[in-house]
Design a binder for this molecule. Structure first.
Ligand code: ASP
Length: 582
C-alpha cells in the first residue's frame, strides 16, 4: 500500500497513529538539527519532520530531496510545536521514520505556488506541472462538479446521454471545419463536428425525445480569450416541445447549477426580444447588471445646426449616473476610446448636469440651457450626472454606444461579478444578409424554424422573418443558444434554397436529414450551452483556458505537445496527401 492517508487528511485526532503518505515535495527547510518538508498532493499539504539526531541516515536522505521529488514516508503523527491554523493539517506533523524516494525531479521551470513566478508560455509548455497548482486544480474541480450536476439534473428529467460521432461531414454552424483525410477513401475527408446538430435532430426522429451530451465541438475560427478550436458544449434536444418548454427546462438546469455548485439563487430570468436588445443596448447579449439604456435623441438634437447630429440616421444618448464630476482629461480619454478604429465613432458629445442645476455641454454653441434641459429630461439625468451622445448610421452607432456603455459600466464599477442577471434573448431574425458575398446566411443555423406566423413572409421578404431562436445571456456573456427546428421536409428545402444551396448541393450535403424527414420527424427543438464558458463564469473570469486541462494558445497551438506539427512523408503518402514537387 502506497499510502494510508492523503496529504490533506490528518488532524489532531490522528495523533499517535502510524501512517504512510505519498506525494510531491513542495518545500524543504533545513533548521539546525531538523529538516522540515511540506509534502503535497491533490488534497493538501502535510508537514514532515526529520530529526537528524534521532536518525542521521534518514536525515541525510531527506537533505538530498529537492522540489517536486516524489516520495513515500511513514511515521507517527505528532502534535506540532508551532501550529499553523491557516492550514487544514496545521496542528500536526509527521515524525518520519521511513523515507522512500519514489522518483527524483529536475528543478521545475517555475514554482508550484498559487502565485507562481512562471510566465504564460512556460506554464503552457509545462502544463502538467502548472496543473499541480491550487488555482488550476480548483478550476478543474469546479468543472467536474458542473459536469456531475448537469448529468444529475438531466438524468432526473429523463434525458439520455448519447454519444454522436466525431468523424462526420460538415455541419454548418457558421465556422470553418477542421477536416481529417480518409486513408481508406482516397481524396475524401471527414469533418469534425462544429456541433452534433444534425445527429441530435436525427435522434429525435429515432424517438429519443430527450437527449443531452457533454460534448467536444470543433471550429476553425480566429481565436480570442474566450474561444478555443475545440471546446465543450452541454448539447440538448427535445421532441414534442415548443419554445416555452425549452426555456423552462433549461432555466431549471441553469438554476440548479448555480444553486448546487455556487450556492447562488438566481433572480428572475428576464426576457427581451432581439429587436429591443439592439435598440436599448446595441447588443444581442446585453449586460443587465446596470441600466444606462439607450435613449433615442433625434428629435431633440437634429435641425439645430450641428452637422454631426443633422447628418446622422440615429442620435443616441446614455446617462452615466454620478459621472458629472468627470474631468476634461477623463472626457478626452472617453473621446479617444470611442474614436479608436475598433469602435470608429466620429466624435463624442457630452453634457454635464452641474450642482446648481445648470448644464455644461461640448456643444453649448448650438444648444442653449433649455434645450440641454430637454436632453436631461429625456435621459432621466439629474444633478451630478453625465449624458454622453453618439450619432451616425443606425447599426454602427448602436454598436459604438454598446462599447461606450460597457466601458462606462466598468469605469463606474457597475459590472461586479457577484451579481448575476440572466436574460433570454428571443425572436432573432432568421437570416442575415451578407454584403460581401451577396447572399443570406442563417443567423443561428439552417435548421432553425421561422416563427410560424412568419412562414408566408419567407417567400415575400425573407429579411423580415423572425426565428424561433433564443439565447441565454448572463451579465453580457452568451452562455447558450438554440432554436425550435424545422421538421417539415419542404420547408427545410425552401430554407436551403434561400440560403443559396442548389437542390443538388442541398441533397449532397444534407440528403440524409432530408431523407429522414420523410420517415416521421416529430416537432423538436433544443439548445447548447458553452460548458467552458459556464465554468469560467462560475469561477469569476472570462478566460476559458484556465478551465480546460490542456488548452491551446491564441495561435491554436498546444505548446506542450507542440502541435500542430508536420507529419512524415510516409504518413502523407498513406493519406494520399503527398504533393509531388516537380
Ligand atoms: N448547435 C447549436 C450550436 O452549436 C445549438 C443548438 O441550436 O442547439 O450553437
Amino acid at each position: 500500500m502506497y499510502r494510508t492517508h492523503t496529504c490533506g487528511e490528518l488532524r489532531i485526532e490522528n495523533i499517535g497513529e502510524n501512517v504512510t503518505l505519498a506525494g510531491w515535495v513542495q518545500r524543504v527547510r533545513n533548521i539546525g538539527g531538523m529538516i522540515f518538508i511540506d509534502l503535497r498532493d491533490r488534497y493538501g499539504i502535510t508537514q514532515l519532520g526529520f530529526n537528524m539526531e534521532l536518525d542521521a541516515q534518514i536525515g541525510e536522505k531527506a537533505r538530498k530531496l529537492g522540489r517536486e521529488f516524489v516520495v513515500q514516508v511513514s511515521g507517527e503523527v505528532i502534535e506540532r510545536e508551532s501550529k499553523n491554523m491557516q492550514m487544514e493539517t496545521g496542528e500536526i506533523e509527521l515524525k518520519v521514520l521511513a523515507l522512500d524516494i519514489l522518483n527524483a525531479s529536475s528543478v521545475p521551470p517555475f514554482t508550484v505556488d498559487d502565485e507562481t513566478d512562471g510566465g504564460e508560455e512556460i506554464r503552457m509548455k509545462y502544463r502538467y506541472i502548472d496543473l499541480r497548482r491550487n488555482p488550476l486544480r480548483k478550476n478543474l474541480e469546479l468543472r467536474h462538479k458542473l459536469a456531475i450536476e448537469t448529468r444529475k439534473y438531466m438524468d432526473g428529467l429523463n434525458f439520455m446521454e448519447i454519444e454522436t460521432p466525431y468523424l462526420i461531414k460538415s455541419t454548418p454552424e457558421g465556422a470553418r471545419d477542421f477536416v481529417v483525410p480518409s486513408r481508406m477513401n482516397e481524396g475524401q475527408f471527414y469533418a469534425l463536428p462544429q456541433s452534433p446538430q444534425t445527429f441530435k435532430q436525427l435522434l429525435m426522429i429515432s424517438g429519443y425525445d430527450r437527449y443531452f451530451q457533454i460534448v467536444r465541438c470543433f471550429r476553425d475560427e480566429d481565436l480570442r480569450a474566450d474561444r478555443q478550436p475545440e471546446f465543450t458544449q452541454i448539447d440538448c434536444e427535445m421532441a414534442f416541445v415548443e419554445q416555452e418548454d425549452i426555456l423552462k427546462t433549461f432555466e431549471g438546469l441553469i438554476r440548479h447549477l448555480f444553486e448546487s455548485v455556487k450556492g447562488v439563487q438566481l433572480p428572475e430570468f428576464k426576457r427581451m426580444t432581439y429587436a429591443d436588445a439592439m435598440a436599448m443596448y446595441g447588443s444581442d447579449k446585453p449586460d443587465l447588471r446596470f441600466g444606462m439604456e439607450f435613449v433615442e435623441m433625434n428629435e431633440l438634437t437634429q435641425n439645430k445646426g450641428f452637422k454631426l447630429f443633422d447628418d446622422a440616421e440615429l442620435v443616441l444618448g446614455i446617462c452615466a449616473k454620478g459621472a458629472g464630476e468627470y474631468s476634461r482629461k477623463q472626457l478626452d480619454a472617453l473621446t479617444d476610446f470611442v474614436k479608436r478604429p475598433q469602435i470608429g465613432a466620429q466624435g463624442l458629445i457630452y453634457c454635464k448636469v452641474n450642482e446648481d442645476g445648470s448644464f455644461k455641454s461640448s456643444v453649448d454653441k448650438f444648444f442653449d440651457q433649455d434645450k440641454l434641459a430637454d436632453w436631461a429630461k429625456s435621459c432621466d439625468a439629474s444633478t451630478g450626472d453625465l449624458i454622453l451622445l453618439l450619432a451616425g448610421n443606425t447599426a454602427k452607432v448602436r454598436k459604438q454606444m454598446n462599447e461606450l456603455r460597457l466601458e462606462m459600466g466598468s469605469q463606474l464599477g457597475l459590472r461586479k461579478g457577484v451579481d448575476y442577471k440572466p436574460l433570454w434573448v428571443l425572436d432573432f431574425p432568421l437570416l442575415e444578409w451578407d454584403e460581401q458575398t451577396d447572399r443570406f446566411y442563417a443567423m443561428h443555423h439552417p435548421f432553425t424554424a421561422p416563427k410560424s406566423e412568419h412562414i408566408e413572409m419567407l417567400s415575400i421578404d425573407p429579411k423580415k422573418v423572425n426565428a424561433n431562436a433564443y439565447d441565454l445571456v448572463i451579465n453580457g456573456v452568451e452562455l447558450g443558444g438554440g432554436s425550435i427546428r424545422i421538421h417539415d421536409r419542404d420547408l427545410q428545402a425552401k430554407m436551403f434554397n434561400i440560403l443559396g444551396f442548389s437542390d443538388e448541393e442541398a441533397e449532397n450535403q444534407f440528403g440524409f436529414l432530408m431523407g429522414a424527414f420523410k420517415y416521421g420527424a416529430p416537432p423538436h427543438g433544443g439548445i447548447a450551452f458553452g460548458f467552458d464558458r459556464l465554468a469560467a463564469m462560475f469561477g469569476g473570469t472570462d478566460s476559458i483556458r484556465d478551465y480546460i486541462a490542456f488548452p491551446k494558445n491564441n495561435s491554436g497551438r498546444d505548446l506542450m505537445i507542440d502541435s500542430p506539427s508536420v507529419i512524415s512523408d510516409e504518413q502523407l503518402e498513406e493519406l494520399n496527401l503527398k504533393v509531388e514537387i516537380k
